[in-house]
Structure formats: C-alpha cells, structure tokens
Design a protein around this ligand. Structure first.
Ligand SMILES: CC(C)(COP(=O)(O)OP(=O)(O)OC[C@H]1O[C@@H](n2cnc3c(N)ncnc32)[C@H](O)[C@@H]1OP(=O)(O)O)[C@@H](O)C(=O)NCCC(=O)NCCS
Length: 430
C-alpha cells in the first residue's frame, strides 16, 4: 500500500458528470454554475447521500465569471447540501478538477474531513468578454465625471478599434503561444505525423462511440433537461460515430495553416460541461455502507518551462506518481491520458519511453512503453470533449469504473495543463 493518506485511505466512492456538449450548442444558455449544480445534485440523489454529512466541496474552473468568481461556493448552495457546506474554488488550468480532488483528498487524509465532493465545471460558451484597455479607461473616467460634458469627453479618445471586444485567448501569457501552436511545435520536434494524429483521433471517436452505445459512458452521465422546453440531453454531442480517416485527412490545419498537422478533428473541441466525484475516508465509506470504486494511492504535480514543450509535464509527473505509489508501469492495468490534442498524447507517450525525458524527470530509467490496449479505452477529450475545469473529474470517474469492470487493480492518469503544468495520479482497487 502506498503511503498517501497518512494511514487514512481516501476512497473514490462515486463519480458523475453532465453530458459534454460542444460550446455554443445545447448548453449555450446554461452557466458553469448551472452545470456544476446539476451534476452535484444528481451525485447526491443517485447515491442517497445525506447532504448534511458533506464536510466540504471543492470545484475547479478556468474561465471564471467575474460576477460569480467562487464557482464552488455557488455550486455548494444547492438545497440538497444546505447552506453550511464550506467550499472553495481552485484553478490549475486543464487539471483544475484534479486539483479539486487532491485538495479535498488532502483534507480527508489530514483528518479535517470525512466526506467531500470535488470536481469542476466550465462553460466555454459563456466566457467573459472584456473591453480593450482604452475603452475600459474611458468607461471608468466617464463614471467619475461630474458633468455631462466631462462624461462625453471621456470617450473623445476612443477609436473604433477600441470597441472591439477582447475574448480570452487560450494563449500563454508568458510566451504568447497558444496550446494549439505548442501541440504543433511538439509534433514537429517528436516527428509525429498528421496521419498518426488522425489515426489517434479516429480511435478516440470509435472507443467513445462504443462506450456510448453500450452504456459504459452514458452510465456516468446525469441527463440534463434543458430549459425552457426540457429537452433531454443524455449523451456527449462531440462524439462522431461516422468520422473516418478520409474526413479527418480533409480538414485544414488550424494553428499552422501552411505546414501544420493539428486540425479541428485531432484537437479537443471547446466544450461545456461539469463533472464531480464523491470522496470519503475509507472508514466513513465502509461505516456508511458505501463500496468504494477505488482509493487514491498517490499523485504528483510537475511543470516544464512554458517556453519549452508546453504540454509535456505529464511525462515528469507520471514517474513521480508511480514512485510515490511504489509501482511501475507494468503494474498498471489501465491508463487514462487527457487528450488535449492527439499530437500531445502521442508526444507524451514518446516522452514516457524516452531516456532523455526520464533524465529530465530525475530518473535513471524511463517509465516505459504505454500499452495502447490499456490506454483511453473509452476514448478521451478529443472525442468526448474538454470543458477545461471538469475534465479531471471525468477521467477519474471513467478510470475507476473501467478498472472495476475489468477487475483491474491499478490505474494511472495524466493531465497536461496550461502554464506547462502536468498532473498524474495512481488509483488502486482493493
Ligand atoms: C481546433 C479548434 C480551433 C477548432 O475550432 P472550430 O473551427 O470551431 O471547430 P469546428 O468544430 O467548427 O470544426 C471545424 C470543421 O471540422 C469538422 N470536424 C471536426 N472534427 C471532425 C471529425 N472528427 N470528423 C470530421 N469532421 C470534423 C467540423 O464538422 C467542421 O466542419 P464544418 O466547418 O464543415 O462545419 C478548437 O476546437 C480549439 O481551439 N481546440 C483546442 C482547444 C484547446 O486549446 N484546448 C486546450 C487544451 S488543454
């Protein structure tokens, strides 16, 4: 048994999510808070949880609304939990739900809590749109002006271009590079071809479609009856049953139009959705009659220089998590890697098998070759979608369920995130 938990093993008791929907589609009129509340309410209902027993709720989000910056607290204020469940919001880019889960797990391990809900939510439809600096300055000056003339004067220097709204970029503030550009650059460094990326994307859709058709993925979903007419949404609308290598090959590169290989087909789409897990101390779970899906055996965070290979930090985090678990890759029954881009997964896989990256992580031996038959067996973010703040909880839920279905013992997950961040966790079944 790993040492995480200080003798208090942290159980992953259950997990659930909303359907994941391409942004601007079926959830366009819902906020991240609506999505988060729905998923937590259904977690409580499905598992007959007494809301008064919940000690804390931790939720991650990336593009928080300026009018409700603490998503976690707003999500916690559902009738099922009452008004007194303390909550906090975390941000670790695409690993935000993982951060929520490890924050909550740490509280359980410390003995500060016995029951926690952790996850994340994101509406990439409803991202905050900002004014330019010059227009914001004019608005502030106008609001302070005492006369109508001064108020109008405040706008005298505003030019038409200043009125163009500023949407949040998925770009690194430190380098200006977008995730897509980074994936493109990494594909070139590691010699990952367009065809390999498209093959991986196709595989992602096929696996996710199979998991939808046979209920393995839909079983993790809390259907949403979207107002005003209550249309039932119960599956992810980004998974394409009918995509093919030919269709994928016909798509134009997005981030390097001339020489690029990353397309809308082999990248994760912008997505709306929420996901969460129920965590308990082992003793509480057993005393309350719950059968844990799995236990947290270890986890690790790591980072690379954002100017380096932005999405490679999972390659540094995974060996650390494995060492903390006292395990090696050959012990692992299933691997779940967040698919920001097919190129990134393929680069991460190469990195895990490389001596150079092992040395960068401070290890003498590489983690090893990831067995594709054990990797993302229900697809991943390329097909299912990627609501930034929520993905970590989706991956955790799927990994635990699938591990149980296969009667496996150990599962490894990895997530890459903006800022050059990476996460890895090992879960174990009894
Ligand atoms: C890549 C990206 C820019 C594409 O955005 P987009 O152009 O709005 O994407 P769309 O969904 O409209 O797809 C573009 C086209 O490709 C087609 N397409 C996408 N995936 C396809 C597939 N698997 N098979 C066939 N066609 C596909 C769409 O049908 C669409 O065709 P159309 O223009 O004829 O309607 C956007 O998804 C993105 O920014 N993703 C990366 C997000 C990111 O950086 N995340 C952070 C990672 S941690």
């Amino acid at each position: 048994m790993g040492t995480y938990g200080n003798g208090r093993r942290v159980a992953i008791v259950a997990g659930i999510r909303t359907p994941f929907a391409r942004s601007g589609t079926v959830f366009r009129n819902l906020t991240a808070i609506d999505l988060g509340r729905h998923c937590v309410a259904e977690l409580v209902r499905r598992h007959g949880l007494d809301g008064s027993q919940v000690d804390l709720l931790v939720f991650g989000t990336v593009l928080a609304s300026p009018v409700a910056p603490s998503v976690a607290r707003e999500v916690a204020l559902i009738p099922q939990l009452g008004r007194t469940v303390q909550a906090h919001t975390v941000g670790r880019a695409c690993a935000s739900a993982n951060q929520a889960i490890t924050d909550a797990a740490d509280q359980i391990a410390l003995g500060h809590a016995d029951v926690a809900i952790a996850g994340g939510t994101e509406s990439l439809t409803n991202v905050p749109i900002l004014h330019t600096k010059s227009f914001s300055d004019a608005l502030v000056a106008a609001s302070k002006a005492r006369t109508l003339g001064a108020r109008l004067g405040a706008f005298s220097k505003v030019r038409p271009k200043d009125l163009v709204p500023v949407a949040p970029a998925i770009a690194e503030p430190s380098t200006g590079e977008t995730m897509g550009q980074a994936a493109e650059r990494m594909a070139k460094i590691h010699g990952i071809t367009r065809e390999e990326q498209d093959q991986f994307a196709l595989r992602s859709h096929r696996m996710a479609w199979a998991g939808t058709a046979d209920g393995r993925l839909t079983g993790e979903i809390a259907p949403y009856f979207v107002p005003p007419d209550g249309t039932a949404i119960s599956t992810d609308n980004g998974i394409r049953e009918d995509t093919s290598l030919e269709q994928l090959a016909s798509l134009k590169p997005v981030f390097d139009r001339k020489y690029g290989s990353v397309t809308a087909g082999n990248a994760s789409p912008l997505t709306d959705g929420a996901a969460c897990v129920l965590l308990m101390s082992e003793d509480r779970a057993k005393a309350a009659g719950f059968t844990p899906l799995a236990y947290i055996r270890s986890y690790a965070y790591a980072a690379v220089d954002p100017a380096d290979q932005l999405l490679m930090a999972p390659v540094l985090a995974a060996p650390l998590a494995l060492r903390r678990a006292g395990l090696s890759l050959k012990d692992i029954d299933l691997v779940e890697m967040h698919e920001a881009f097919a190129a990134q997964v393929l680069c991460n896989i190469k990195g895990l098998a490389s001596r150079e990256w092992a040395a960068r992580a401070g290890f003498s031996e590489p983690v090893g070759e990831v067995d594709r038959a054990r990797l993302n067996v229900l697809g991943g973010s390329v097909s299912i979608g990627h609501p930034f703040g929520a993905t970590g909880a989706r991956i955790t839920t799927t990994l635990c369920h699938e591990l149980a279905r296969r009667d496996g013992q150990f599962g490894l997950m990895t997530v890459c995130a903006a800022g050059g961040l990476g996460f890895s966790m090992v879960v174990e079944r009894e």
